[in-house]
Design a binder for this molecule. Structure first.
Ligand SMILES: C[S@@+](CC[C@H](N)C(=O)[O-])C[C@H]1O[C@@H](n2cnc3c(N)ncnc32)[C@H](O)[C@@H]1O
Length: 292
């Protein structure tokens, strides 16, 4: 996603070291690696071990620079760099959220479109899943979660309905949860928004909570300045305003502190062709900043 502007704005050069905090299926990695020549280094992290294996397979055919793929949370990247004896890097990249392989696998429970267990963990070593939140949080806690992490206007009504349903039996699957939310919009006089599924925001809120996505992003950003070489760049692609707001605030403070400067006046969005070909790209925003 946003591959062309990413390469243009990061401007990686032969011999550079790139830290990719969300290597996923290695799509960005494959393109960026080509810029690094034989002496560069690409360090790719993903908290999902399956993705690290998929990236390893895909990138094994790319010759050239050294590639290090590590199953790790990007919030812990300083420890990974230390282990690899790489104190600073030239560029850092985060492409937040879920990738298509995770979305399309019903057993991961990320997608409203596929029926599967309510899991939603990126890191399957963690024990807390979406099913635990949906069935154990109080009505008030669920409403606050949907409002805070999903910006869901009907949060109270949805939380109430979930609690009514789970009183009879646990809500176990993605489709059971989607139906519970749909029923609020069908019967409760709540207006449905556009073409998106009415449970989209609830799914987003649960995923953000299960994976502690906002605190991981904040932790990552806290260590960026220390580990980025002067002149090096940070690129963050985000998919909702909660993430983008955190990045925006971080960059504003970094500018005031004289440590980072955004390289474009506005965040980069996908071109019309990419928006047509990949509907997910419509909500993507990329911010790129230079370490001063
Ligand atoms: C949108 S995908 C990245 C796609 C990748 N750029 C590509 O081109 O294939 C986001 C990835 O980030 C991973 N992820 C999410 N949170 C993470 C975290 N805290 N630390 C490391 N990886 C994370 C997910 O497992 C997922 O594979």
């Amino acid at each position: 996603m946003l591959v062309a502007p990413l390469v243009r704005l990061l401007e990686p050069r032969p011999g550079d070291v790139i830290l990719d905090g969300t290597v996923g299926l290695g799509g960005h990695a494959a393109v960026l690696l080509a810029q690094l020549g034989a002496t560069g280094r690409y360090i790719g992290l993903d908290v999902d071990e399956e993705m690290v294996e998929a990236a390893r397979e895909r990138l094994s055919v790319v010759a050239g620079p050294r590639i290090e793929l590590v199953a790790a949370n990007f919030a812990e990247f300083p420890a990974v760099l230390k282990r690899l004896s790489q104190e600073q890097v030239n560029h850092m990249l985060l492409d937040l959220g879920v990738n298509t392989a995770q979305l399309d696998d019903p057993s991961r429970g990320f997608s409203i479109d596929h029926d599967g267990p309510l899991d939603m963990r990126f890191d399957r070593r963690k024990t807390r899943k979406a099913i635990d939140l949906v069935n154990a949080m109080s009505e008030r806690e669920l409403a606050d979660l949907f409002y805070e992490f999903g910006q869901e206007g009907a949060s109270r009504k949805i939380a109430k309905r979930i609690c009514q349903i789970r009183h009879a039996s646990r809500i176990r699957s993605t489709h059971a949860l989607a139906r519970a939310v749909e029923s609020v919009f069908e019967s409760g006089g709540v207006v449905r928004r556009g073409k998106t599924h009415p449970a989209t925001r609830v799914f987003q809120a649960l995923r953000v909570a299960v994976n502690e996505e906002l605190s991981n992003l904040r932790l990552f950003l806290e260590s960026v300045v220390e580990h980025l070489r002067p002149g090096g760049k940070l690129a963050v692609i985000s998919f909702h305003s909660l993430e983008d707001g955190i990045v925006k605030r971080f960059l504003r403070e970094a500018k005031e502190a004289g440590t980072m400067q955004e390289v474009t006046r506005r965040p980069i969005v996908a071109e019309p062709q990419e928006r047509r070909e990949n509907p997910r790209s419509r909500s993507a925003k990329m911010r790129v900043a230079r370490r001063l």
